[in-house]
Ligand binder design. Structure first.
Ligand SMILES: *Cc1c(COP(=O)(O)O)cnc(C)c1O
Length: 341
């Protein structure tokens, strides 16, 4: 099959409706057989649970073309497991993990002409989600749900080169203690939009959220976890029950320890400590790592020694190793790469 005729170098990050997506519906206590469909629209009751009380969870992962021409996904089992947990926490039926993986494979295969070619730094972004399709007016979990998984090709996150970004400490909170911060739910994003627009209006790229209870410890941004590098090369990553467990962060921590032989500390990180770090980055599926140049908190500005021009050397090494694993140029730890075709 031939690749689609797209401008792979200039895709950006936007939705493009591809030929096929996967749908399975839940009713009477079970998921139906499910399958591919060309229909990109969803028809639901005006009283569907998703529209009234926001019962929805989602995932995000990518398919890549490797150096030797295969199409692979990166640790999709962790996305399947996380979505399983997210759904349970919102009183939604979890989608079986094995079926999640089959749906990923089916959608990638059916749209394989849209997987960007190796070397473009673009990828096929996959968006699985579950939402309440059943009618609900009194507050309770719905009886009917839909699992849907679509794909869309996305461009390199760093068009025009990787440049460090500027953060501000948000005046708003992302996640309450004992709340929903650790699950991947659309509701966490709905409430982050005001903080995001406020940060942009003030000239920053992203927010740093602190722990809501004490406002003394670093949590994460709206959609990425933090990695810090100490001056002695130790990797430090914040620990809190309200941080979303990023697949990218967990993978980078493993690489730091087991591939690069670095020391890793996964523990609460006080905001005060930022002054001691040499490098700072955000990690998530979208960019793998985006370097952070500075964090502004009121009239205090913390500028990391790695500066505003480049990613710091330790983060760069972590980035290169993880990208190499995804693209098949660095040997992957057992079970990390799922070859689709
Ligand atoms: C999805 C997400 C991340 C990044 O997770 P990855 O699995 O690495 O993509 C980080 N924080 C939040 C709040 C998220 O929703």
């Amino acid at each position: 099959m031939a690749k689609a005729d797209l401008d792979w170098e200039n895709l950006g990050f936007a939705y493009r409706s591809l030929p096929q997506r996967y749908v399975s519906n839940y009713a009477n206590g079970t998921w139906d057989e499910g399958g591919l469909t060309s229909d990109s629209t969803v028809a639901i009751s005006e009283c569907a649970g998703i529209l009234q009380y926001c019962q929805e969870v989602f995932e995000g992962l990518k398919a890549y073309e490797t150096a030797d021409g295969h199409i692979v996904t990166f640790r999709p089992d962790l996305n399947a497991a996380r979505m399983y947990d997210s759904a349970a926490y919102l009183e939604m039926p979890s989608f079986p993990k094995e079926r999640f993986l089959e749906a990923v494979d089916a959608v990638v295969k059916a749209n394989r002409d849209y997987v960007p070619p190796y070397g473009t730094d673009a990828s096929l972004y996959l968006r699985p989600f579950i939402f309440a399709s059943g009618e609900v007016i009194g507050v309770k979990p719905a009886d009917e749900y839909q699992f849907r998984l679509f794909a869309t090709p996305v461009g390199s996150y760093f068009k025009g080169g990787i440049k460090p970004i500027r953060l501000c400490v948000s005046a708003f909170d992302r996640a309450a203690p004992h709340g929903t911060g650790h699950i991947k739910a659309g509701l966490n994003y709905a409430m982050s939009l005001h903080a995001y627009m406020a940060a942009h209006a003030a000239g920053f790229d992203e927010n740093m959220f602190l722990d809501a209870a004490t406002r003394t410890h670093v949590e994460e941004t709206g959609g990425a976890n933090f990695l810090f590098i100490k001056k002695d090369g130790t990797v430090v990553t914040p620990k809190s029950p309200s941080i979303l467990p990023s697949v990218t962060r967990r993978s980078l921590v493993y690489i730091a320890e087991h591939v690069l032989g670095l020391k890793v500390e996964h523990r609460p990180v006080a905001f005060e400590e930022l002054n001691d770090f040499a490098e700072c980055g955000l990690c998530g599926t979208a960019a793998v790592i985006s370097p952070v140049g500075s964090v502004t908190h009121g009239d205090q500005v913390i500028a990391f020694p790695s500066g505003m021009e480049h990613m710091g050397p330790v983060l760069q090494k972590l980035y290169d190793t993880l990208r190499g694993i995804q693209l098949g140029t660095v040997e992957a730890p057992e079970g990390w790469i799922r070859k689709i075709c």
